[in-house]
Design a protein around this ligand. Structure first.
Ligand SMILES: *Cc1c(COP(=O)(O)O)cnc(C)c1O
Length: 369
């Protein structure tokens, strides 16, 4: 079943549905759900993920940049799309494709308002982002007056939502900080509503926020990593299913004698007789050099095969001395019996990074659609 003949990222749409239903079960029925599909849906397949999420009834999508939103529109996605980090150079296209900008600074608000006036827009939907402690993007609390001055009784733009982002929603030791962020956001949004004369909907929680602070779900939540099967928490991971499964095959097997070396710069030297397998994926496919030299391992016939020597551009070599396998056999890199979170941890990083690193060269195959 689902036999592969080359390095393949399988995208399991039934896992996506399972994860969506799990996350929804943590929320009030009326809370809107925004699916974060930036970075090719966390390195998977943005169009197919978005189509599935639209069919499941998600309320909103978010991408980071305008060009990602255009890909969704070109694929026929009609749901509202929030662009989290639009650049002014793309404002015209953003409007052409009916994308909705996050306005996060006085400068961005002014520039967008100018374009809106130029184009004669009326009540164009925009989202106001507040910084409550992440110190990455967002207006400050004391910008509220200026925002209201620009937007109150102006016909060009309509504030559809206000939002903020938690800095450490997965980290229990930072709970007091997260609670303070939530409180600050609540206060700012009340102030904005009062002065604006209407009440945009509010959202603050990412995946770990949904798990740890459901009381702050407001009118919408924004989930990315949870949809793809990871929750920054072992207990939650056990209840989610990985959407992306990275598999490859054995290209060639070598018998290595004692004191032979394997790979570039002879980074691995055998102490005794070893058997190695060469696999057709390397750092150009997203397996960074930090996974080499016994840090990362793959699974063959359910057994662990450590990556030996340096990761090459197009290949890695693994030690299969104790594994009964042959050329052409399937290899699991992550997503089945080894999670992307565990694989990432072997190189001191996180699921988000390995998932989004899988390059376009790797074939995507939809399963269980
Ligand atoms: C990426 C992103 C999210 C999604 O976070 P997850 O931890 O993947 O659920 C939510 N909100 C904003 C502003 C983001 O940039």
């Amino acid at each position: 079943m689902n036999k592969i003949g080359e390095t393949t990222l399988q995208i399991d749409l039934s896992a996506l549905e399972h994860n969506y239903r799990f996350l929804k079960s943590k929320l009030a029925q009326e809370t809107k759900f925004l699916a974060v599909v930036k970075a090719f849906a966390y390195g998977s397949d943005m169009v197919n993920i978005a189509k599935k999420m639209e069919s499941l009834g998600t309320d909103y999508f978010a991408v980071a940049y305008v060009k990602e939103g255009i890909l969704l529109r070109d694929a026929g996605i009609t749901s509202p799309i929030l662009v989290l980090h639009p650049q002014p150079v793309n404002f015209h296209e953003l409007i052409t494709y009916s994308l909705e900008p996050s306005l996060y600074s006085p400068k961005i608000l002014n520039l967008f308002l100018e374009v809106a006036k130029d184009k004669g827009l009326t009540t164009y939907p925009v989202h106001i982002k507040f910084n409550t402690g992440l110190n990455r993007l967002g207006f400050w609390e004391n910008d509220v007056d200026a925002i209201v001055e620009h937007l109150k009784d102006k016909k060009e733009l309509k504030v559809i939502s206000v939002f903020s982002h938690l800095a450490a929603s997965e980290d229990a030791t930072e709970k007091p900080f997260s609670l303070r962020q939530i409180e600050t956001f609540q206060k700012i949004s009340e102030e904005l509503n009062q002065n604006l004369g209407y009440a945009p909907f509010r959202h603050m929680l990412n995946t770990s926020g949904i798990i740890n602070y459901p009381e702050a779900q407001f009118e919408m939540v924004r989930s990315g990593i949870g949809l793809y099967g990871y929750g920054n928490d072992k207990k939650i991971d056990g209840q989610l299913k990985p959407v992306a499964i990275l598999k490859t095959i054995i290209s060639q097997i070598h018998k290595i004698e004692p004191n032979e070396s394997v790979g570039y710069n002879r980074a691995y030297t055998s102490e005794n007789y070893r058997t190695t397998a060469t696999l057709p994926l390397g750092h150009a496919d997203g397996i960074g050099r930090q996974y080499g030299n016994l840090k990362g391992h793959v699974l063959i016939k359910g057994k662990s095969a450590p990556i030996i020597g340096n990761v090459c551009m197009d290949m890695i070599m693994v030690d299969i001395t104790d594994i009964d396998c042959k050329e052409g056999d399937e290899v699991v890199v992550f997503g089945q019996n080894q999670s992307a979170e565990d694989f990432a941890a072997s190189a001191n990083t996180i699921s988000y990074e390995i998932l989004t690193a899988i390059s376009p060269r790797v074939k995507r195959v939809i399963i269980n659609s």
